[in-house]
Design a protein around this ligand. Structure first.
Ligand SMILES: [Zn+2]
Ligand SMILES: [Zn+2]
Length: 127
């Protein structure tokens, strides 16, 4: 096991998320895939890459760099972290590939801090 910066979600929930992510594949699994369909990253452009479409990365997919893709189960709302993230049900988790998880996490935190700044500004203008 290598060090993993992602929230550690229980194995049962991880499997539930990956099952959903493999059954909802787009396009549907075809003859090019052997055996059970692999889970597909459930990012639908939260990361700001792969414009407007669902990410095509699948669990175990070969990459030129960094070894095979390992999908992680992490909150759909990536501003939720730590123990709060671990308590979420599978329905509030998405299967994320590492590049999407990183990029979408940055975007979510940027939006959250921008929203916090807005609140601050409007509070300041009140007085
Ligand atoms: Zn992805
Ligand atoms: Zn993505």
């Amino acid at each position: 096991m290598s060090a993993c910066p992602l929230p550690i979600i229980g194995a049962a929930i991880w499997s539930a998320v990956m099952d959903r992510a493999s059954q909802s594949r787009e396009p549907a699994p075809g003859s090019v895939f052997d055996g059970a369909p692999a889970a597909q990253c459930e990012c639908s452009w939260q990361c700001g890459k792969h414009a407007g479409a669902r990410c095509t990365h699948t669990h175990g997919e070969y990459r030129k760099k960094g070894g095979p893709i390992r999908l992680a189960a992490a909150p759909a709302d990536l501003t939720i972290e730590g123990t709060a993230a671990m308590r979420l049900p599978a329905a509030q988790l998405l299967a994320w590939c590492p590049p999407c998880h990183t990029a979408a996490g940055k975007a979510a935190r940027r939006e959250a801090s921008a929203a916090a700044a807005d609140v601050l500004i409007s509070a300041e203008t009140l007085f």
